[in-house]
Design a protein around this ligand. Structure first.
Ligand code: PEP
Ligand code: MN
Length: 356
C-alpha cells in the first residue's frame, strides 16, 4: 500500500486527538447496552462499540445475541448522540448492520487473518460510505494486516482505521495477546496516514493492565484507544476479566498523560516503545526459565541428584556464547548475563533442597 493513499478520518466531527472508542465486548440486553452507552457518553467518548456476533475461540461460549441486538445499538445512538459500531465477519452481517443504521463496523482479528473473508466483505462494501476498522490479524504479520486494509480501500471505502489488539502465541506471557509493538509501528511506517488505535482490553486480558497498556500505547504514538467497558463487568457474558465500568474508564482516561508532541512522528519514542516491549518479553522469558529451573529442582530432589552439574553448566554457557558471538555480541557480555541467570536458578534449587 503506497503512502499516497487518500484516507479520511473515521468520523471527522468526533475530532481526532486522541480518538477513543468504548463499549461492552458483547451487546447482551437492551438495558445493558443502554447503561453502557450512557456511561460511555458521560466519559465524553464519542464512539460506542458492542459486539453482536461474537467470534469465540471455544465452541459453547456466548456467541452474541445476533441481529436483534442491532436495534439496541441504534437506540443508544439516538439517545446519547453516539456513533455506534459493531463487528462484522460476513457480507450478511455487514448488510444487516448497515441496514439497521450503524455508523461503522470493525473486522475482528480472526477475520482479518482470512483473505477470502476479507475479500467477501470488501466486495460487499463496494459503493458504501461507512467507517471500517480493521483489527490486526491473530498472527504478527504486517503484510496480512495491510493486505486486509488494502482490500477495504480498493472497495472505495476511505474512512479506515486499524486497531492493534495484540497477537496470539503459545508462549505463556502475562498478556492475553502479546503486544509486539514493533508490528503496529511497522504498519505506521508503511502507511503513515492511517489512524491506528490500540485495544488494551484484548492485549492485556485483565482489568489491572488496561491503564498501563493505554499509557504505553499513547507513548508509542497511537492515535487513540478502543476499550471494553461494561456496566457490571463481573456479570459480562464474554471477556468479563478485561472489562471495566464506565466510572473506572473515565478515571483511567483522566490519568493518561498526553505528550506535548505528536509522538507518532517521533522516531525516538517509537524506538523506546520497541525497547520497552523487548524488555518486558525478556522479563517474561526469565520468569518462564525460572519456572523450568524449579521443575528441574523438583526432579533432582526426587532422584537425589546434586544441584550443580558442572558439565551441564559449561555446555549451556558455550552454546550461548557461540550463538551470541555469531550475532555480533561479545563473549564477556553473554558470560556475565548467563552467570547471573544460572546463579539465580541454582539458588532456587538449593532453597528447595533446604526446605526438604
Ligand atoms: C472484540 O473486539 O470483542 C473482539 C472479538 O476482538 P478481537 O477480534 O480482537 O479478538
Ligand atoms: Mn471482547
Amino acid at each position: 500500500m503506497s503512502t499516497m493513499y487518500d484516507l479520511r478520518p473515521l468520523f471527522a466531527e468526533c475530532g481526532t486527538e486522541p480518538l477513543y472508542i468504548a463499549g461492552p465486548c458483547s451487546a447482551e440486553s437492551r438495558e445493558q447496552v443502554l447503561a453502557a452507552a450512557r456511561g460511555v457518553a458521560a466519559c465524553g467518548i464519542p464512539i460506542f462499540r458492542a459486539g453482536v456476533w461474537k467470534p469465540r475461540t471455544k465452541p459453547g461460549s456466548f456467541e452474541g445475541v445476533g441481529a436483534p441486538a442491532l436495534a439496541w445499538l441504534v437506540e443508544a445512538q439516538r439517545m446519547y448522540g453516539l456513533k455506534v459500531i459493531t463487528e462484522v465477519a460476513t457480507p450478511e452481517h455487514l448488510e444487516l448492520a448497515l441496514r439497521a443504521g450503524v455508523d461503522g463496523v470493525w473486522i475482528g482479528a480472526r477475520t482479518t487473518t482470512n483473505p477470502f473473508a476479507m475479500q467477501q466483505i470488501a466486495d460487499a462494501l463496494q459503493g458504501v460510505d461507512t467507517a471500517v476498522i480493521v483489527k490486526n490479524p491473530v498472527i504478527p504479520d504486517v503484510d496480512l494486516w495491510i493486505g486486509a486494509i488494502e482490500r477495504i480501500y480498493n472497495s472505495g471505502v476511505r474512512r479506515i482505521a486499524a486497531v492493534h489488539r495484540g497477537f496470539g502465541s503459545h508462549h505463556t506471557t502475562s498478556y492475553r495477546n502479546a503486544p509486539q509493538w514493533s508490528v503496529p509501528i511497522e504498519l505506521h511506517r508503511r502507511v503513515p496516514s492511517l489512524t491506528i488505535l490500540s485495544d488494551p482490553s484484548h492485549i492485556g486480558g485483565r482489568r489491572d493492565f488496561i491503564g498501563r497498556l493505554s499509557q504505553q500505547a499513547m507513548d508509542v504514538g497511537f492515535d487513540g484507544l478502543m476499550i471494553e467497558c461494561h456496566p457490571s463487568p463481573d456479570e459480562a457474558l464474554s471477556d468479563a476479566m478485561q472489562q471495566i465500568t464506565p466510572t473506572e474508564l473515565g478515571e483511567m482516561l483522566r490519568g493518561i498523560k498526553l505528550r506535548r508532541t505528536a509522538v507518532a512522528d517521533n522516531e525516538l519514542d517509537e524506538l523506546r516503545g520497541h525497547i520497552d516491549n523487548i524488555d518486558s518479553r525478556l522479563v517474561e522469558l526469565l520468569a518462564e526459565r525460572m519456572d523450568v529451573a524449579r521443575a528441574i529442582g523438583d526432579y533432582k530432589l526426587r532422584h537425589d541428584i546434586a544441584v550443580v552439574q558442572r558439565d551441564r553448566y559449561n555446555e549451556l554457557l558455550t552454546i550461548a556464547e557461540n550463538r551470541a558471538m555469531s550475532m555480533g555480541m561479545s563473549r564477556e557480555f553473554i558470560h556475565q548475563i548467563f552467570s547471573a541467570i544460572h546463579e539465580e536458578s541454582v539458588k532456587l534449587q538449593v532453597e528447595k533442597m533446604r526446605k526438604e
